[in-house]
Ligand binder design. Structure first.
Ligand code: NAD
Length: 298
């Protein structure tokens, strides 16, 4: 039987609607809208697309969007000064500096300058530390979105074998920590892992965040595994195509016959990231206004 497709697009739409309704409630009690500031340095085409869609999604979710577009030669000092200004601006609840930054800017220094209470991307070491020790903070949007899809489908993950492929600070590591918090037995595989197929084969849950097109094959999977494919890879165009196809890190066709459920690419994890960013911004707004965020904002 073909695996069920986990519809991240539909899930993300519902989450955005819920966050939008809660953002309207926030405005009613706080007397102002929740606000997200997005900073873009330079002209990277992919970053421009992301920033534009974040702006549109923020407005659609009944929040204020503050866009700061800076030229590629902006100095680190000027960028840090802007972040400092946003840190103290009471209309701004969340700050997102779009990565990658130009080479002359130290990304870690910029992330470190963002107030942890406005760090809705969850990249600040304070938030990474909070996640590591189980305190509430902000969790990076993509792994939190994966976790929402997993718990929606599987409920209690307690005791399940989970394998996360990839150990980046943005996806792999926080994903593993979320799974551990949910009492799964977690293995993190990476570029130096020996016998990746053997490691993947024991997983009830596979999260692939590698960035290599279709590296995970169907016959690596345990029958009835749940597969979350974070990878976004563009194949070289074949004849007749203007652009190559987008594929994940999992060979979808091969996996479909083995897994119980799998996220497609596109339409799986991708749409969750912005939805969770809005959710994190709403949570930041409640906290910054000295109120508890609504229970069901997760
Ligand atoms: P990264 O390059 O920082 O990390 C990749 C990880 O994969 C590394 O930890 C590395 O050890 C591991 N790896 C590399 N080659 C491997 C191999 N042959 N076998 C096993 N492990 C290997 O990437 P990232 O930022 O974590 O992103 C991973 C993928 O997820 C990319 O395709 C990226 O585009 C995608 N992504 C998607 C979203 C989304 O919104 N859907 C968000 C972030 C990243």
């Amino acid at each position: 039987m073909a695996a069920e497709r986990i519809d991240g697009k539909a899930f993300a739409e519902k989450l955005r609607e819920r966050v939008g309704a809660q953002a309207a409630e926030f405005e009613a009690v706080a007397g102002r809208k929740a606000g997200l500031a997005v900073v873009l340095v330079g002209e990277d085409p992919a970053s421009q697309v992301y920033v534009r869609s974040k702006h549109k999604a923020t407005l659609a979710a009944h929040m204020e969007s503050f866009e700061h577009r800076l030229p590629a030669d902006t100095s680190q000092a000027d960028l840090l000064a802007l972040v400092e200004k946003l840190n103290t601006d009471n209309a701004v609840d969340g700050i997102l500096v779009q990565l990658p930054l130009p080479d002359h800017v130290d990304e870690q220094a910029v992330i470190a300058a963002i107030s942890p209470d406005k760090d809705v991307d969850g990249f600040h070491v304070t938030n990474a530390g909070r996640l590591a020790v189980g305190q509430s903070g902000f969790v990076p949007c993509t792994p939190l979105g994966c976790m929402m899809l997993l718990t929606d489908r599987l409920g209690d993950l307690s005791g399940m074998e989970a394998v996360v492929i990839g150990r980046s600070n943005i996806v792999g590591k926080p994903m593993a920590q979320l799974l551990l918090d949910a009492n799964a037995t977690v293995t993190i595989a990476h570029s130096r892992t020996r016998d990746l197929p053997g490691v993947v084969r024991r997983a009830d849950i596979v999260v692939a965040a590698v960035g290599r097109a279709e590296i995970v094959k169907g016959d690596w999977l345990k029958p009835n595994a749940t597969v979350i494919d974070v990878g976004i890879n563009r194949l070289a165009p074949v004849e007749g195509e203007a652009k190559g196809r987008l594929v994940g890190d999992v060979d979808f066709a091969g996996a479909e016959g083995v897994a119980a459920a799998i996220t497609p690419v596109p339409g799986g994890v991708g749409p969750m990231t912005i939805a969770v960013l809005l959710r994190n911004t709403l949570v930041a707004a409640y906290r910054n206004a000295g109120m508890d965020p609504p229970e069901n904002s997760l």
